[in-house]
Design a protein around this ligand. Sequence first.
Ligand code: SAM
Length: 285
Amino acid sequence: MSVAISIAPGLHFVATPIGSARDITLRALDVLRGADVIAAEDTRTARKLMEIHGVPVNGRPMIPYHDHNGAEARPRVLGALDKGLSVAYVSEAGTPLVADPGYQLGRAVIDAGYSVFSAPGPSAALAALTVSGLASDRFLFAGFAPSQTGARAKWLNGLDAAGATVIVYESPKRIHRMLGELCEALGDDREVAICRELTKRFEEVIRGTCGQVRELLADRTLKGEIVVVIGRATAQTPSEQDVETALTIALEDMPLKAASNHVAEMLGMSKRDVYQLGLRLKNGG
Ligand code: SAM
C-alpha cells in the first residue's frame, strides 16, 4: 500500500549516497517521493537514483540546476515556490552545497522569503573525517585546491591558520602533486589520511605522516574519488634555551615566582619545571 506523503512547500536540499546506494535515508526517499518538483544537478543521475529505490517520477517536472545554468534555472525554481509547491534538490552525489551547486539557489530562495529545508545524509567530507583517525573536535572543510600555481601556494600555506584538522577534496590525477606540496608547505612530519572510494568496493584509507604516505604511494596510480584529511600542527616543545631566554627577560622585571608563572603560561609548560629552571639560573647554575 502506498501512502501519499505531503512535503512542506519550500526548497528541500536532499543528500544522496557517495557510493553505496543503500546510504540513502528514509526521509530523503520521502522527500523525493512527495515533492511536487525535482531539481537536480544531473537529472539522469537523479532519475537513476529514484529508479533504484522505487520512487516513480510520475510526470513531475524535473529542472536541471547546475553550475552553468543557475541564472536561468533559479527563476524556474522560484516560480514553483510562488505557486506554493515543494521542490526537492539533489546534486550529483553527497550533500548539495558541499563542493556542489546549491548555495546561490538556497540564498535566492531565502531572499525571496520561502523556506529551505535539509534532508541530511552522506557527505564525503564527514565520512573521511570519521575514518581518518585525526582530531575531530575542530575541523575546516577547504574544498578543492585552486589549480593555478600562485593561488594554490597561497591556499596551501593558509591551511594552518584555523588551527584545525583540514578536509580537502582532490582528484586522483593530482594526488601526488598535492602530497608533495603538503610536505613542502606543512612539513614531512604532518599527519595525513588519504581516504579513497569511501563506502565503495575498493574503499581504502592510507594514514601516516605526509612523508611516509608520499613514499608509500610513490609507485602507485590512484583511481577513484579521494578526500585528503590533514592533521593540525602540534605545538612545538620549547627548547631549554628558549625557556632560559624567556626567563632571563622576565626576571629583569619580576620576582622569580611571578616570572616563572608568566613564562610557563606563555610557553604552555608546567609552572614547577620553569620555577626549578629559574632557581638554577638565579643560583648561577
Ligand atoms: N557534495 C559531495 C559531498 O557531500 O561529499 C562532494 C561533491 S564533489 C564535486 C566530489 C568530490 O568529493 C570528489 O572529487 C572527492 O574528492 C569527494 N568524494 C565524493 N565521493 C567520495 C567517496 N566515495 N570517497 C572519497 N571521496 C569522495
